[in-house]
Design a protein around this ligand. Structure first.
Ligand SMILES: *[C@@H]1O[C@H](CO)[C@@H](O)[C@H](O)[C@H]1NC(C)=O
Ligand SMILES: *[C@@H]1O[C@H](CO)[C@@H](O)[C@H](O)[C@H]1NC(C)=O
Ligand SMILES: *[C@@H]1O[C@H](CO)[C@@H](O)[C@H](O)[C@H]1NC(C)=O
Length: 505
C-alpha cells in the first residue's frame, strides 16, 4: 500500500497574503506539470499569484490567480523540433549550445509579448516574491526590476554550474554533471579527466559567454541600468530542485536547496472507457511504449522506427504505443497507437507489465509510483544518466537507441515482463520514495512562504557562492605551494652543489 501525497495537507498558519510572480519559460508540459501545483497551491492559500507560462491551468475557481499565457512558444518547438537539437547528437557541446540558443529565443519572444510588456511597464505592479524556472538566466532580471527575493525552480535537477551558483559543493568526479551522462564514482581515469575538463568548460562558458549574451538580450526589455544578470542570478534566495535521494545520485546540499519530487503525480483517475476495455482484455500482459513529450516517435529515423516496430510485433503481449500521427505504416496487429495516453492512470492498470521510456525523470517517477518496471531508451539531456540509474537500481533494463537491434529490444522487454525481480524491486523503491515527512509540494510551499516571511533567505547563502572557480578549486594554494616547493628544491640543490665543490677541494 502506498500513500499518494494528498493526506495531511498544509496545516500550518498562512503567511499574510502576498503578491507572488511566477515565470516558467520552457514550452514543455513535463516541466510545467511540476510547477503547476506550486502556483495553484500558493493561490489557494490566499496569495495573489501572477504566472507567466505556456501551460496555464485556466481554472476559473482559482480566483486569486492571474495567468499570462505564452502558449505561442510551443510553435518554436514545432519549428525547431527537439530532434533537430539532438540529431547531430553524441556531441554534448552541440546539444548544449543548441538547447541554450533555443531557450534564448523563447525568452526573448516571451519578453517581447504583449502580456509580458504590460506586466513590466505597469509601474504599480509590486511583488514580494518571484519564482523563476532556473533553467536559463534570463528571467533572473525580474529580481532587478521588482527588487524582490527570487527563488529558482527546476523541473529536473541542476547542472553543476547552477549548483555552484548557490554555493553547493561541486566536484567533477564525485558529482559529474548530469548532462555528462555518467554519475558513477567508479569512473575510469579517462572519464574523470573528461568530466573535469567538461566542468571547467561549462563554468567558463556560463560566465564568459552565456550570461553576457543573455544580459545583452534582456537589457533591451529591462533597460540599460539593469543590474548585471550574473549578480542577480547569484543572489537567488533558494533553489528548488525536483530530485530526491532515491532516484537521483546522492550529494550534499546547502540549506538553500530544497528537494521536491513527485510534484506532478496525482491520485489515479478512471480511464476512458475504450482504453479501459483494451487494458482489461490484455490479460496476457500489456506493454506501454512512449518516448515522452520531447522525443516524438513519429520523427525517429526510419531504421530505429522499423527496429522498434518489428520488435514490438514479435512480442506475445498487446502494446500501447504513443505514436503522434494517425497512421503507422504496417502497424502490427498487437499494437494500438494513440497520439496521447493518460499515462499516470494507464500505468496504474494491473495488466500493464512494462513501460518503454526515453528515461525522463517524470516518467520514471510515474512508473515507480505505479510500480511498473522499465526499459529505458535514452536520447538527450539527463536521460542517459537516468537510465543508468534504472539499471543500477534493478527496476528495469536499458537499450541504446543508436545501436539497438530488434532481438535486443524484444528480449529486454520480455525479460522485464516475465522476470518478476524487476517489479518486486520497483515496489520496494516506491515504498522508499513515499516514506518521508513532507511531500515535495508541501516543502515548496512552506519554503516559499518562509522566504516571504523573512524577505529573502540570503543569510543562508553558502560562502562558496562568492568563490570563483579559481578560488573554489584552491588553484592559488596549489600554485603558491608549488612555487615554495620549487624554491626549497632549488636552494637545497644549490647548497648541495656548494658542499660538493667544498668537499672536492
Ligand atoms: C483568495 O484569497 C483570499 C484571501 O486573500 C482567500 O480568503 C480565498 O479563500 C482565496 N480564494 C481562493 C479560491 O483561493
Ligand atoms: C494582484 O496582482 C496583480 C498583478 O499581477 C495586480 O494588478 C493586482 O492589483 C493584485 N491584486 C491585489 C488584490 O493586490
Ligand atoms: C517584437 O515584437 C514586435 C511586434 O510586436 C516585432 O516587430 C519585433 O520584431 C519583435 N522583436 C523580436 C526581437 O522578436
Amino acid at each position: 500500500m502506498y500513500l499518494i501525497p494528498v493526506v495531511l495537507f498544509l496545516h500550518y498558519t498562512p503567511t499574510l497574503c502576498s503578491n507572488i510572480l511566477g515565470v516558467f519559460i520552457v514550452p514543455s508540459i513535463s516541466h510545467q506539470s511540476v510547477f503547476q501545483p506550486i502556483w495553484k497551491e500558493l493561490s489557494l492559500r490566499g496569495h495573489n499569484v501572477t504566472v507567466v507560462t505556456p501551460d496555464p491551468l485556466n481554472d476559473p475557481s482559482l480566483t486569486n490567480l492571474t495567468e499570462i499565457s505564452v502558449r505561442f512558444t510551443y510553435d518554436f518547438l514545432k519549428r525547431k523540433a527537439m530532434q533537430e537539437i539532438i540529431s547531430k547528437d553524441s556531441n554534448i557541446f552541440h546539444s548544449m549550445y543548441a538547447a541554450a540558443c533555443f531557450v534564448d529565443g523563447v525568452v526573448e519572444a516571451e519578453l517581447n509579448s504583449t502580456g509580458f510588456k504590460e506586466l513590466l511597464d505597469d509601474e504599480s505592479n509590486q511583488f514580494d516574491l518571484i519564482l523563476v524556472e532556473s533553467f536559463h538566466p534570463g528571467m533572473y532580471a525580474l529580481a532587478g526590476r521588482f527588487k524582490a527575493p527570487i527563488i529558482g525552480v527546476s523541473a529536473l535537477g541542476a547542472v553543476e554550474v547552477h549548483h555552484h551558483l548557490i554555493g553547493n559543493p561541486t566536484h567533477p568526479v564525485l558529482y559529474p554533471d548530469v548532462l555528462f551522462g555518467l554519475y558513477n564514482i567508479e569512473l575510469l581515469v579517462w572519464n574523470k579527466i573528461k568530466s573535469t575538463l567538461w566542468y571547467l568548460w561549462t563554468q567558463y562558458h556560463h560566465h564568459a559567454i552565456f550570461v553576457p549574451r543573455v544580459h545583452d538580450i534582456v537589457k533591451k526589455y529591462f533597460g540599460e541600468d539593469l543590474e548585471y544578470l550574473g549578480d542577480l542570478e547569484k543572489d537567488q534566495s533558494m533553489l528548488f530542485l525536483n530530485v530526491n535521494p532515491v532516484l537521483y545520485p546522492i550529494r550534499p546540499n546547502v540549506p538553500s536547496i530544497v528537494e521536491m519530487g513527485q510534484m506532478h503525480v496525482k491520485p489515479v483517475k478512471p480511464l476512458p472507457e475504450d482504453l479501459q476495455q483494451i487494458l482489461d482484455d490484455g490479460t496476457e500482459g500489456v506493454v506501454y511504449f512512449s518516448l515522452g513529450s520531447n522525443v516524438k516517435s513519429v520523427s525517429l529515423d526510419e531504421k530505429l522506427r522499423n527496429t522498434i516496430k518489428e520488435a514490438l510485433s514479435e512480442l506475445p503481449y498487446k502494446v500501447l504505443w504513443k505514436w503522434e500521427s494517425d497512421y503507422l505504416p504496417g502497424r502490427p496487429k498487437n499494437v494500438v497507437t494513440r497520439d496521447w495516453f493518460p499515462q499516470q492512470d494507464l500505468l496504474a492498470h494491473r495488466n500493464i507489465r512494462a513501460f518503454v521510456t526515453q528515461g525522463g525523470l517524470q516518467s520514471i517517477e510515474e512508473a515507480v509510483s505505479r510500480g511498473v518496471p522499465l526499459i529505458g531508451m535514452p536520447f538527450l539531456g539527463d536521460q542517459p544518466s537516468n537510465v543508468q540509474k534504472i539499471i543500477e537500481m534493478g527496476i528495469g533494463l536499458g537499450v541504446d537507441p543508436s545501436t539497438v537491434t530488434k532481438e535486443e529490444l524484444k528480449n529486454s522487454i520480455i525479460d522485464v515482463v516475465e522476470n518478476n525481480k524487476y517489479s518486486k524491486r520497483i515496489r520496494e523503491i516506491r515504498h522508499l520514495l513515499y516514506d518521508k515527512p513532507m511531500t515535495g509540494l508541501e516543502k515548496a510551499v512552506w519554503w516559499s512562504e518562509y522566504v516571504l516571511r523573512h524577505k529573502g533567505a540570503t543569510y543562508m547563502r553558502s560562502p562558496a557562492a562568492d568563490f570563483s572557480w579559481f578560488e573554489y578549486l584552491i588553484v592559488e594554494v596549489v600554485l603558491v605551494s608549488a612555487a615554495l616547493i620549487s624554491v626549497v628544491i632549488y636552494l637545497s640543490y644549490k647548497v648541495f652543489q656548494l658542499l660538493m665543490s667544498k668537499c672536492r677541494k
